[in-house]
Each structure stands twice: as structure tokens, then as C-alpha cells.
Design a binder for this molecule. Structure first.
Ligand code: ZN
Length: 278
């Protein structure tokens, strides 16, 4: 069991035909808010392994694990926090409470799977967890991971070549989903529409952000499928920026059918927006 489709894709890349994986969240859903169905809670109870993003990413998971009443899963050997060996960004973010809500990136930005290089430590931990569960297949997991990372390196070189032209370009994102992605591919996120992750923008942000974008020379606004359409339209119209919808999770677009194709879709959309042809 994984909390997201991205983790599902990575577990499948390592586990191959030796695993059967279900994701709790669907790819188009806001990953920070989720209400599990009763069937999912019982699946949680019977899963051999739970892989999650960790940090504050899944505030709904604690409730779900309590509902599953399964002490084995929480905090135990079979609960894998995929952030364990990832170098996090924004760990200095104070755990602000604005309008009564918890900051969902309070321990660092949780969207770390969007740097393809982070698939290396993540699949390393996944491989170790699977090998513990099924030692007899450890060679299979090791070989699957090796082949996956070789393909990843090859594709990453191509994505970086295509993005090189746009190095240093400034962008604004709706939710702060893209700091890892943008750092890897040379873009600078100068502002986010949601000033507190997970909360709608304040009237002050809506009023001043378009002008600030013009002044900063930002002409691309990154939205995602779960973004509020009227907010995106409003900011794009007033700032004159081109809007591009990027896909944060595997399966969020038919083309993004696995972890590598997720990046292919996003690099294709983003380069078109940056070039002004989308
Ligand atoms: Zn987030």
C-alpha cells in the first residue's frame, strides 16, 4: 500500500511482478487532504508494507491508521517513510498556523518525488524494505532498481538538455509543489499563489501578485489539476502570464503512466510554455 501513485510507481519499478500495489490517493486529488473509504482502511490493515511520503504530507493518514487499528503498521518495521534519506528543502519553514490550519510543509517541503534524482534514495529504501519482506527475491529487487535507475539517468540527461535553454527563468506556482523540480531543471520559483500551503490565497495576494509578477518578469504560471480554476484564470489574466498545468502525480494525465513518463509530460508542457508556443 502506498499513499500516492508516485510511490506506487516506484514500488512497482523495484518490485516488478513480485508486488501488488495500491495507492490510497488518486493522482488528481490534493495529496494533503483525503478521506479514505472503508475498503481502503481494511486494505491498510492487511498490507505487508505501507510506503508514505512522510513529514506533514499526509495529515489524513494518522486518522486512517487509527481507524485501521493496526499497531503493526504505524511506526513499525513495515511502515516506510520514503523521505528518510532525501535531502529536504524548506526545512526552516516555521510551523505556522494561519486561520487555524496546520502548515502541511511544516517539516520541509514534501513534494520531493518531483526531483528525479530523489528516486535514487527513495528506491534504495523501497528495495531494502522489499528485501526484508522477501529475502529470497532480493536479487530481483536489486536488478530491477539498477535497470530503473539506468533508464532514469538516460532520460534525465535528455530532460536537462531540453530545459537548459530556460535556465534561471522565473516562475510562479499555485501550490508550492515544484521547488525540487525547479531546482533540478534550473527554474526559480519567485512566489506561490497559496502563501500558506493548502490554504486559498488571501485577498491581498490576489490583489498584488499580478503586478509583482509583471515587475519580476514572470511570464509562466504553474497550475495543477487540483488548482482552483477561477483563481488561476484571474492571476493569469491580470499578470499576462501564460498558464501551464503540470501534473504532480503519476496517472494525473494519460501520458504520465509511470514515474519516467510523468517527467516527460511535464518537461514537454513546461518547455512549450517557456518558449511561448503553448
Ligand atoms: Zn504541498
Amino acid at each position: 500500500m502506498t499513499t500516492s501513485t508516485d510511490l506506487k510507481a516506484l514500488v512497482e519499478a523495484v518490485g516488478g511482478d513480485r508486488v501488488r500495489v495500491q495507492s490510497l490517493a488518486s493522482p488528481l486529488h490534493d495529496p494533503h487532504t483525503l478521506d479514505l473509504k472503508p475498503g481502503q482502511v481494511s486494505s491498510l490493515r492487511t498490507a505487508d508494507l505501507l510506503v508514505r511520503i512522510g513529514l506533514d504530507h499526509e495529515p489524513w493518514l494518522t486518522r486512517a491508521l487509527l481507524a485501521a487499528r493496526d499497531q503493526r503498521v504505524s511506526g513499525q518495521r513495515y511502515d516506510l517513510d520514503a523521505s528518510t534519506h532525501v535531502e529536504l528543502l524548506q526545512t526552516e519553514t516555521p510551523r505556522l498556523r494561519e486561520r487555524g490550519a496546520t502548515h502541511v510543509h511544516g517539516f520541509g517541503n514534501t513534494h520531493y518525488w518531483l526531483d528525479p534524482e530523489n528516486a535514487r534514495p527513495m528506491t534504495g529504501d523501497i528495495e531494502a524494505a522489499l528485501a526484508r519482506l522477501r529475502p529470497a527475491d532480493s536479487v530481483v529487487f536489486e536488478e530491477n532498481r539498477r535497470r530503473f535507475l539506468a533508464r532514469l539517468d538516460e532520460r534525465l540527461a535528455d530532460w536537462q538538455r531540453r530545459m537548459a535553454l530556460y535556465k534561471g527563468r522565473r516562475v510562479v506556482a499555485v501550490h508550492d509543489t515544484w521547488p525540487y523540480f525547479c531546482r533540478r531543471f534550473g527554474l526559480v520559483v519567485v512566489a506561490t499563489v497559496e502563501t500558506t500551503p493548502g490554504l486559498p490565497p488571501t485577498p491581498a495576494t490576489l490583489a498584488t501578485l499580478p503586478q509583482r509578477m509583471k515587475e519580476a518578469g514572470v511570464n509562466v504560471l504553474i497550475a495543477e489539476p487540483s488548482s482552483n480554476e477561477s483563481v488561476v484564470r484571474q492571476i493569469a489574466d491580470r499578470s499576462g502570464a501564460r498558464r501551464v498545468t503540470l501534473v504532480p502525480s503519476v496517472g494525473g494525465d494519460p501520458g504520465a503512466r509511470d514515474y519516467l513518463e510523468l517527467f516527460e509530460v511535464n518537461i514537454t508542457r513546461l518547455t512549450a510554455a517557456l518558449a511561448g508556443t503553448s
